[in-house]
Design a protein around this ligand. Sequence first.
Ligand SMILES: Cc1cc2nc3c(=O)[nH]c(=O)nc-3n(C[C@H](O)[C@H](O)[C@H](O)COP(=O)(O)O)c2cc1C
Length: 402
Amino acid sequence: MTNANHYDRRTALRQLAGFLAASPFARAQLDSPYAATHVPPIEDLVNVFEFEPLCKAHIPKQNYDFIAGGVDNEWSLRHNREAFDKIRFRPRMLVDTSGLDVSTTLFGERIEMPILIAPTAGHGLANPEGELATARAAAQVKTIHILSTNSTHPLEKVAAASSFPKWFQLYPGPDVEGTRERVEKAVGAGFKLICVTVDAGWNSHRERLLRNRVRAQVPPGAAQPVTGARTRRQREYADAPPKPPPYRLATTLMHKLDWRFFDDLKKYAKTPVLIKGIMTAEDAELAVKHGADGIVVSNHGGRYLDYASATIEALPEVVKAVNGKMPVLVDSGFRRGTDILKALALGAKAVCVGRPPLWGLGAYGEAGVVRVLELLQSELALAMGLCGKPKLANVDRSILRM
Ligand SMILES: Cc1cc2nc3c(=O)[nH]c(=O)nc-3n(C[C@H](O)[C@H](O)[C@H](O)COP(=O)(O)O)c2cc1C
């Protein structure tokens, strides 16, 4: 056909397809809970980043935004990743690395990798099985899942989901008595360690969430957050109409607490207590003084204070202040085995990952969480092997060029 204005069936279909792809209607279908989108076989994915777009395509937009988002300008969210680029390796050659081993022991628990699942709220936002699937996945790969206070499923159910040891993350609240009850309930259910988060005293300003017309919501079939007495924020999250309220400065019990709270917690917890959210030598020294059993260097994955430094930058001063008196863990932005090796070389005993297991869960359920952890484990082993450090005990700063 030579007529440029000719309008044939194929053109019409192409235009219709274009219209549908761009239409809010089609988008709404894609954003509907668990829309059936093309998901490649899990073994086709070669690194953990590749799970993120699949998770995004698979869950409602507002749920994805809850997982992905950081605070304000999201500078710390980005910088957590960028800071790894400034550190390079000094690999050693002609070392026998045939006995490569990434297993370790943490608070008496033998784990197959120095990589733990960070506590993250609402796994039901990614998959109705939520924390139950995550706990089973952690048990499969033999590592620790730290269950969030804001779990979608009741802590007792998560405790029973696998027989592998688990830890419980504590947000204090709604009051001092309720906090104690929550800890006793978790310890009673079998959680072996309490990880208290101290960097979230004020509600965060996450603009991705504020811009959405609907709130992140767990799908039918998943439970609501139910661990202990719920804070006002949790009640709002669970019961309110799905429109997010306008931002207002709001607090949690944490903003009123000081180290006396920690001293009390240490007395009644009857488990080791890990303190999560420490970013400075000064606070690390106080943690030592107040008898913490371990520290997690964390900026909450860039979700609370924007322009907080990257955790890989804060780690050395914390390690130095602790001076070997307790294990130092770190999280925020870890996506590669090489990232993990850099932290171990700077003195971390282990690393926690927050979003990557959620991407795995959103894209493939339990199997996705397993695969994300396996990929990180093998990337770490590879980096150790190529640096000439077959054992974690031999990993030190000498392999880094800062
Ligand atoms: C969706 C989401 C929910 C989170 N919920 C909690 C929580 O309930 N308690 C907590 O201590 N930290 C929470 N965090 C912070 C994580 O424990 C961890 O510090 C952070 O995710 C690490 O960064 P990464 O996601 O870049 O790995 C959450 C993080 C995300 C992404």
